[in-house]
Design a protein around this ligand. Structure first.
Ligand SMILES: [Zn+2]
Length: 263
């Protein structure tokens, strides 16, 4: 296999692997055939930089998008801004960014760096899932160095289980989530293997504008070049999947089985 045919094979795999999102889209109400996508992030920046493009793309196609931030990411404050004030800046940035892509933003405001993985946090996310009833949930991959990201993964895993458990009595009825995906995040890179490529070209500029609401994106809070990293990554993923800009997701291992009549 030469380099060109390798690229073509990656591209065709990407098109096929876009089916999980499309399938979820088809599982919406028969009348609208739209997908409800819920993104759950430890910190607001993670939500918009790594999950926002998929939300924007699904919203543009008639679905809905909800971004839940478990914390305000306030401890990423630069030296010249008090921590609490920075948290409110992050909240305002997220509300503005969500508005730009047509999504709803909600916040639980657990302390940044101390997001707890316990029954209370899992049941709180469970209740949010039962309230908003998403078809698809996107959250952190577990292979992260960051304890908040690891805990977010575990919280959402248990929350989805609890949300779908008919015999678990809460204030709202049970809701089964159809699909779980994990986005590409520079901090969650251990053993991350993308299997789903999403063409985001039609929403790329809108997503860039949304990301630009955050001081972190503009390089005002630390060393990492978020803007360069995620914009370049989308170009590279686009090269591999036959579009100008793309983002990737990894599907949950438990939803990967396929039923084929023949190979
Ligand atoms: Zn984070």
């Amino acid at each position: 296999m030469n380099r060109r045919s390798f690229a073509q094979s990656v591209g065709s795999a990407a098109i096929l692997s876009a089916i999980p999102i499309s399938s979820a889209l088809a599982q919406g109400t028969a009348a609208s055939r739209t997908a409800k996508v819920m993104a759950v992030a430890a910190h607001p920046g993670d939500g918009m930089f790594t999950m926002g493009a998929v939300l924007a793309q699904q919203i543009e196609r008639g679905g809905t998008g909800l971004l839940l931030s478990l914390s305000l990411g306030e401890r990423g404050a630069p030296k010249n801004i008090p921590v609490q004030q920075y948290g409110e800046l992050q909240r305002a940035a997220t509300e503005n960014a969500a508005r730009l892509i047509g999504a709803e933003a909600i916040f639980f405001a657990y302390p940044d760096a101390e997001i707890p993985f316990n029954e209370e946090s899992s049941l709180r996310v469970c209740d949010a899932i039962r309230e908003h009833r998403p078809d698809v949930v996107i959250t952190h991959w577990s292979g992260s160095w960051h304890k908040d990201h690891q805990n977010c993964h575990l919280i959402v895993r248990d929350a989805i289980f609890y949300a779908g458990l008919e015999t678990l009595s809460r204030s709202l009825p049970a809701h089964a989530v159809s699909k779980i995906f994990y986005p590409e995040n520079w901090e969650d890179a251990a053993n991350f293997v993308p299997d789903t490529y999403i063409d985001i070209d039609s929403v790329y500029e809108k997503w860039m504008q949304a990301c630009d609401c955050y001081p972190m994106w503009r390089g005002q809070t630390g060393f990492f070049r978020y803007n360069d990293y995620y914009s370049s990554l989308s170009v590279m993923r686009g090269c591999l999947s036959g579009s100008r800009h793309a983002v990737t997701l990894m599907s949950d291992v438990n939803q990967r089985s396929q039923h084929l009549q023949s190979l």
